[in-house]
Design a protein around this ligand. Structure first.
Ligand code: HEM
Length: 510
């Protein structure tokens, strides 16, 4: 084929245009690179060392790594820096390292940092947990106040519910000696939910299958909704959050069950004012009284119950699931635990004080939580006013700051043989030093499983006794072991498929 000759003048103009185009492209690329560089440098967190790439767009690689290997990333930062930052899909999170920095973070006043705002930013509580709970956390005041003060009185109900729930939810195999594989997380969630709601809403609602289904759906929907909202850009988030159906549906369904009880309590409270009746003394009444104190409608009680469930059930069922896996992986500790539990129950029965006195079990639970906390971070705070930490790190308003709890818990500066599961280490500390400062419920700058300071988990006194009672029940009634050939592979949140073998207890305490 003959090539068509190109006239000279066309060629020259064409070349000129090509040159112009190339120049424009280079100029545009240069401009974009400069903007990219300026944007990167202008980030107010730029001076805080980042784990993984910190440049815009590339930081998504780091976010991906943090999502899947969070604890490794946190440990890397913890080893290298006092203060560092890790990328998430929509933000950077600043992390402080070591007990002294933890102490500094927990001492920051509420005028400068906020836990509630941080939780709201992190899981969008307004759209995932309960509409008004960030602004009006009535449940927190009730848990911290009357619930904790009255644990001794409420505890027989928790024990009764647990004793009823175990045989129903985890029936013993019909043949003696037969092992049965049980999916632990869901089973424990079911029993924790019943025992906790025995206190929150009482009988018969705490056993009502419809109410319990609503709570299960609600719990699942919180993380589903959070995952959806996390990938939304800021402005769209509010619009999408408002149309998500789950929290509205849970509130509607829960209202049908709870509102009549609220009305009944209100009536009784009024009668008490008129000296005609006994004042009810339970969680619903305390929530109603709290709404009255802060001048809210009693309708808020439903949100308070949902938020209580959100705070209590997921955390507690994960905690006992980890403890059971630790027991199944270290069955040599069954015997000393059995001896302790059996002796104490024989002497005192299933009382609140009896559970408190199970010090070996207490130490076991604390150690399990030291190594297997629900998340690798604690003391999550949103910065409300610009702050400068003692090492000179400037943290602007709006930033999320956390403490690297899992890295602190495995730091050999604070714990001997820090990586090993040594279930009676805290028991030994208590007996050697004669102090009670290392009980399951105690927080410190190097033990952050329940947070630390003013906002430390107010439900920890309730949950410590609830979970110890459940463990004591299992220790007395079941043998446990891992499935043949299975290794205990630790997860922040154990997958529902993770199973343990249970059988009716074979041996008496020797
Ligand atoms: C093993 C189970 C639990 C764990 C590991 C746990 C852990 C935590 C942590 C780490 C915090 C944040 C503390 C801080 O930042 O200083 C917290 C706060 C909170 N927890 Fe728990 N928790 C558990 C069970 C419960 C239970 C059973 C309840 C309710 C009965 C509850 C109610 C709360 C509330 C209301 C807050 C917010 C406190 C505030 O805003 O000041 N938690 N919890």
């Amino acid at each position: 084929m003959l090539a068509t000759p190109i006239p000279q003048y066309v060629d020259a103009r064409h070349l000129c245009r090509m040159e112009d185009k190339t120049q424009y492209i280079f100029a545009l690329l240069g401009l974009l690179a400069s903007l990219y560089f300026i944007y990167w440098k202008a980030d107010p967190l730029y001076n805080i060392p980042a784990i993984g790439p910190s440049a815009p767009i590339l930081s998504y690689l780091g976010a991906y790594r943090y999502y899947y290997h969070g604890r490794q990333v946190l440990r890397e930062g913890y080893r290298k820096y006092k203060v560092f930052r890790v990328p998430m899909l929509d933000r950077w999170v600043v992390v402080v390292s070591g007990a002294d920095m933890n102490e500094e973070l927990r001492k920051l006043p509420d005028t400068h940092v906020s836990l509630a705002q941080a939780v709201n930013e992190f899981i969008h509580s307004k759209y995932t947990v309960a509409r008004d709970i960030t602004d009006h956390p009535i449940h927190t005041a009730v848990i911290r106040g009357p619930l904790t003060r009255n644990l001794n009185l409420l505890f027989p109900d928790v024990v009764d519910e647990m004793k009823t729930a175990f045989p129903e939810v985890m029936p013993l195999p019909t043949h003696d000696g037969e092992w049965v594989a049980i999916s632990v997380r869901n089973t424990m969630a079911c029993i924790v939910s019943r025992a906790s709601n025995r206190v929150f809403v009482g009988l018969p609602l705490c056993r009502d299958p419809k109410f319990l289904d609503t709570l299960v759906e609600y719990a699942l929907s919180v993380s589903k909704a959070r995952d959806i909202l996390n990938v939304m850009p800021g402005r769209v988030r509010g619009i999408v959050g408002n149309v998500l159906p789950w929290v509205k549906r849970a509130t509607r369904h829960a209202s049908v069950c709870i509102q009549p009880m609220v009305q009944e309590r209100l009536q009784r409270l009024q009668n008490t004012d008129d000296d005609h009746g006994d004042k009810p003394h339970d969680y619903l009444t305390w929530l109603i009284e709290e709404t009255q104190k802060v001048k809210l409608s009693p309708d808020f009680v439903v949100q308070g119950i949902l938020a209580s469930n959100f705070s209590a059930v997921h955390t507690a069922s994960n905690s006992i699931t980890h403890a059971l896996f630790n027991l199944a992986a270290h069955t040599q500790y069954m015997q000393p635990l059995r001896e302790e539990v059996e002796d104490i129950i024989k002497e005192h029965g299933w009382t609140y004080n009896a559970i408190k006195e199970m010090w070996k079990l207490d130490s076991f639970m604390r150690e399990s939580q030291r190594l297997c906390g629900v998340t690798g971070v604690s003391l999550m705070r949103k910065v409300l006013l610009d702050i400068t930490l003692s090492d000179g790190t400037y943290i602007p308003k709006g930033t999320l700051v956390v403490a690297a709890s899992s890295a602190t818990h495995t730091d050999k500066t604070y714990y001997e043989n820090a990586e090993a599961f040594v279930p009676f280490r805290f028991y030994d500390m208590c007996t050697e030093n004669g102090t009670l400062g290392t009980q399951f419920v105690n927080t410190s700058k190097d033990y952050l499983a329940f947070g630390h300071g003013k906002h430390a988990c107010p439900g920890r006194f309730f949950v410590a006794h609830e979970l110890k009672a459940m463990m004591a029940y299992i220790i007395l009634h079941y043998d446990v072991k891992l499935e043949d050939g299975a290794l205990w592979v630790w997860h922040d949140i154990p997958p529902p498929s993770a199973k343990i073998l249970f059988r009716k207890r074979q041996s008496e305490v020797e």
